[in-house]
Ligand binder design. Structure first.
Ligand SMILES: NC(=O)C1=CN([C@@H]2O[C@H](COP(=O)(O)OP(=O)(O)OC[C@H]3O[C@@H](n4cnc5c(N)ncnc54)[C@H](OP(=O)(O)O)[C@@H]3O)[C@@H](O)[C@H]2O)C=CC1
Ligand SMILES: Nc1nc(=O)c2c([nH]1)NC[C@@H]1CN(c3ccc(C(=O)N[C@@H](CCC(=O)O)C(=O)O)cc3)C=[N+]21
Length: 281
């Protein structure tokens, strides 16, 4: 049986580390990090996530603000709100919860956030910095996944890493971070021969959004498996993109869903906001 990677416990430790850093920053510079979360419309999942982020922010000692805006807000009104937060010196981190309503051009909104306050790491400047191997704010989910690898003493250097999924918010930055850490990286998508590619992976990261797409039998014995997927079943239960039970028979370590990558995303958001407040990367 694989070692279970306890993202929930590791995330709690990271939040405690950030809390201690916040206390030091307050004492030395009288500075309290501030996180503004912008939510548009009434998507119930977004509401739950944003509440979780706000709770975490308050626990670590940040100032936090939730800007809940109506689904009928115009693009220009939303841009104006982002610019107002860019200009507010008490706000060090800005997160615009995705997805946004269809009439809003999400790319334009993301690009309007000041790169220095872009604690999601989604701005083209931060994406560019990552691809160039330069310091910058990193997307929280892959940042958290890298930390999980470190926690199980899995050093990517020289290993074969396979990332399934190539989204701009998870798969692509994940692959770039693994490359930065000297893994040999393969990125898979709809046209890939998944069983063949997955079988090569010493490190497997899956971010697709298809319940239990990855079969346990495909997994290389001893692999470390990070399951980013979050799929809600009809009975309300969450399942990942990896068939967990079968995969755990072959992997050396594996993240559960829930309790794996999800809590790490929020913990790394706290870390990024602290970084943004304390002078950047
Ligand atoms: N735990 C957390 O904190 C977070 C979890 N998530 C979860 O991670 C998952 C992925 O999210 P996200 O990256 O935003 O998703 P996207 O829908 O943006 O991207 C999905 C990717 O998976 C690929 N894909 C889809 N179906 C298949 C298939 N059958 N075979 C191979 N590849 C496939 C797509 O390929 P192609 O490019 O060819 O279309 C695409 O690259 C979701 O379950 C989401 O809920 C997301 C963010 C944070
Ligand atoms: N601008 C933006 N930034 C994001 O980071 C962002 C976003 N938009 N939109 C939605 C996705 C999703 N996301 C998650 C955060 C926490 C959990 C999490 O804590 N999950 C728990 C349990 C969740 C539950 O039980 O419902 C777990 O996996 O254990 C999951 C997913 C951040 N996202």
């Amino acid at each position: 049986m694989a070692q279970l990677i306890d993202g929930k416990a590791i995330a709690a430790r990271i939040r405690a580390e950030v809390q201690a850093d916040v206390e030091r920053l307050k004492a030395s510079r009288g500075l309290v990090p501030g996180l503004a979360v912008v939510r548009v419309g009434e998507d119930p999942a977004s509401k739950i996530y944003v509440t979780g982020k706000k709770k975490a922010a308050e626990e670590v000692g940040f100032h936090s603000w939730e800007h809940a805006l109506g689904a009928d807000i115009t693009q220009d009104e939303l841009l104006a709100r982002v610019r107002q937060l860019n200009a507010d010196p008490a706000v060090h981190g800005i997160l615009v919860q995705l997805p946004l309503p269809k009439h809003i051009d999400a790319e334009r909104i993301i690009a309007a956030v000041s790169p220095e306050k872009d604690v999601d790491g989604f701005h083209p400047v931060n994406a560019g910095r990552l691809s160039l191997g330069q310091p910058g704010l990193r997307p929280c989910t892959p940042f958290g996944a890298m930390r999980l690898l470190a926690e199980v003493s899995c050093a990517p250097a020289g290993k074969r890493a396979v990332v399934v999924g190539r989204s701009n918010i998870v798969g692509k930055p994940m692959a770039l971070m693994l490359l930065q850490a000297d893994a040999t990286v393969t990125i898979c998508h709809r046209k890939s021969d998944l069983p063949r590619e997955v079988a090569q992976a010493d490190i497997l990261v899956v971010a697709v959004g298809v319940p239990e797409l990855i079969q346990g039998e495909w997994i290389k014995p001893g692999a470390v498996v990070i399951d980013v997927g979050m799929n809600r079943k009809a009975d309300g239960k969450l399942v990942g993109d990896v068939a967990f039970q079968a995969a755990a028979q072959r992997a050396s370590a594996i993240t559960p869903v829930p309790g794996g990558v999800g809590p790490m995303t929020i913990a790394m958001l706290m870390r990024n906001t602290f970084i943004a407040a304390s002078g950047g990367v």
